[in-house]
Design a protein around this ligand. Structure first.
Ligand code: SF4
Length: 266
C-alpha cells in the first residue's frame, strides 16, 4: 500500500482508537484512548483522557493493519496519547518489538521527566520530544499539562551527554509551527545552545494539520523556508515535515478515540 491509510480499531469495552499507516512504511499507533496533556491545537486530546491501552491493545492495532493487507516495516507511538503516561505497557511493547526486530519510535512531551529519562536510555528506534517552543511561557501555553521546559532541557542535556553519537542521532525535537505564536527567530534562539552542544540533534519543523474550528494554523511555506534558512545558518540540523505526514490522512493531532455506536461523541 503506497498511500496513507487511517483506520479504526475497536476495543473490547466499546471504545475504538484510530491508527494511521504512512505510505512510507511506518504504522502510527495510539498509546491511550484520549490524552490528558491538553495541547490546545490537538484534536486527538481535545476530549481528555479515557484510559490507557494495554499491550494487547497496542498489538491489536498492528493486527488490524495486517488484516487490511498492510505490512508495516516500522512502528511509531505517535498517535493518540502521551506514551510516557502509559509507561509500563509501552516499555513492554518496546521489548516485544525489539525481540521481533520491528523498529519502534515514539513521540512524547517528556512528561513525567523521570520516565522521559528512562525512555531515552531504552532501545527505541527514535525518540521525538515535542517542545513546540523555546520560551517557557509559550511552551506552557502549547503543552499545558506537560513538564516544565527548563526541566525537560536539563534531563535532555544530562542524558545526551552519556549517549554515543549514534544513539544521540536517534533523538529529535518536534516543533509544530503555529503562525504568530511560536514562529519567530527569537523563540528558536532560546534553543540554540542545545543544538550547538549536541549537533547530532535534529529539529523537525512540523506543519499543523487543519482541524475544524481550530484557531491554530501553520505559517505559509515562504515563512517556513525563511526559518529553515535562518536555523541552518545557526548550525541547527532542521528538517521540514516529510511528504507523508502532510497528506490529509497523516499526522499527530488528526487521530481520534471513539465510542462505537456513537462516534461523534463519547
Ligand atoms: S499533541 Fe499529543 S500530548 Fe498533546 S494532547 Fe495531543 S495526543 Fe496528547
Amino acid at each position: 500500500m503506497s498511500a496513507n491509510h487511517k483506520f479504526l480499531v475497536p476495543l473490547a469495552d466499546g471504545l475504538a482508537v484510530e491508527s494511521v499507516y504512512y505510505g512510507s512504511g511506518t504504522l502510527c499507533l495510539s498509546s491511550q484512548a484520549g490524552c490528558a496533556v491538553g495541547c490546545p491545537f490537538c484534536a486527538s486530546g481535545s476530549r481528555g483522557l479515557l484510559r490507557n491501552l494495554s499491550v494487547a491493545e497496542l498489538w491489536a492495532q498492528v493486527e488490524a493493519a495486517h488484516a487490511l493487507g498492510i505490512k508495516p516495516r516500522r512502528l511509531t507511538l505517535s498517535g493518540i496519547g502521551e506514551p510516557l503516561h502509559n509507561f509500563a505497557a509501552v516499555r513492554e511493547f518496546l521489548a516485544n518489538c525489539r525481540s521481533l526486530n520491528l523498529p519502534l519510535s515514539l513521540t512524547t512531551t517528556g512528561s513525567p521527566t523521570a520516565h522521559f529519562r528512562r525512555m531515552i536510555l531504552l532501545p527505541h528506534n527514535g525518540l521525538m520530544l515535542s517542545l513546540h517552543a523555546g520560551c517557557a511561557v509559550t511552551h506552557r501555553r502549547l503543552i499545558p499539562r506537560g513538564a516544565e521546559l527548563g526541566d525537560l532541557l536539563s534531563v535532555l542535556e544530562e542524558s545526551l551527554s552519556g549517549l554515543s553519537r549514534r544513539r544521540r542521532r536517534k533523538i529529535g525535537i518536534n516543533y509544530l509551527l503555529l503562525a504568530g505564536i511560536n514562529d519567530s527567530p527569537a523563540e528558536f534562539a532560546e534553543l540554540l545552545p542545545l543544538f550547538q552542544r549536541f549537533p547530532e540533534l535534529t529539529l523537525h519543523l512540523l506543519a499543523c494539520n487543519p482541524v475544524p474550528e481550530s484557531a491554530f494554523v501553520s505559517p505559509d511555506s515562504a515563512h517556513v523556508d525563511e526559518l529553515h534558512v535562518w536555523l541552518s545558518a545557526q548550525g541547527v540540523n532542521a528538517r521540514r515535515a516529510n511528504a507523508w505526514r502532510v497528506q490529509a490522512e497523516g499526522g499527530c493531532g488528526t487521530l481520534f478515540a471513539h465510542r462505537l455506536g456513537n462516534s461523534s461523541d463519547w
